[in-house]
Design a protein around this ligand. Sequence first.
Ligand SMILES: Nc1ncnc2c1ncn2[C@@H]1O[C@H](COP(=O)(O)OP(=O)(O)O)[C@@H](O)[C@H]1O
Ligand SMILES: [Mg+2]
Length: 231
Amino acid sequence: MPSENILHIENVSKIYKSAGKELTVLNNVNFSVEGGSTLAITGPSGSGKTTLLGLCAGLDRSTTGSVKLNGIKLDELTEDQRAAVRNRYIGFIFQNFQLMPTLTALENVMVPMELRGEKDIRAHAMDLLDKVGLAERSHHYPVQLSGGEQQRVSLARAFSNKPAILFADEPTGNLDAETSEKIEKLMFELNRDAGTTLIIVTHDLELAMRTNRIIKIKGGVIISDDPNATK
Ligand SMILES: Nc1ncnc2c1ncn2[C@@H]1O[C@H](COP(=O)(O)OP(=O)(O)O)[C@@H](O)[C@H]1O
Ligand SMILES: [Mg+2]
């Protein structure tokens, strides 16, 4: 058997060039992630975590090395092909939510469904909002929602394709403890009920301790990669 790895990162480096200077943000990173597992990535600010997540999710391209997601080599795809892979297999949530300000909560959840050409998207989007406890706020715009509510909308949007893998970049970084707990509960439910692999960048040690494995990164290099002994 090949492996049951949903994500395979091999010798990945990311180098930015500006004003004739090179900045190595990720330096020869290697790891694989088993389908259905949960992983936390931690490390100081500027260590390359967001860059790494973006490469894993096909939002950006590595300078060298290969990123394989669900057996698909993302490096060999065009921008449009990577967008199609994201829409089909990937959910992504951001620290700053990244909802579209001119669309209601419901419309924000419907956008990726429309792109996939799904049917009955309004009813499906309402179901998802209901699941995150926001059915009665469906016609509100992002500015009319609290941070926690916006993050729940972005989770509903991320759940809409039952993603094989959910990437979360400091999803609770802007939220209070009680709201963070709600968001975490929803993510881990998705992992448990739909088998979605979770990859979470976080500064929150308690959140990291809820995952199966913790990777620490510093200066663009993995400095430790350990199973979570308490799990
Ligand atoms: N587009 C870019 N061009 C140049 N440098 C960048 C770019 N994006 C990120 N960086 C640099 O890469 C480093 C890692 O950034 P990032 O991945 O956002 O770190 P983290 O998420 O761990 O805080 C930082 O020094 C940042 O300034
Ligand atoms: Mg970051």
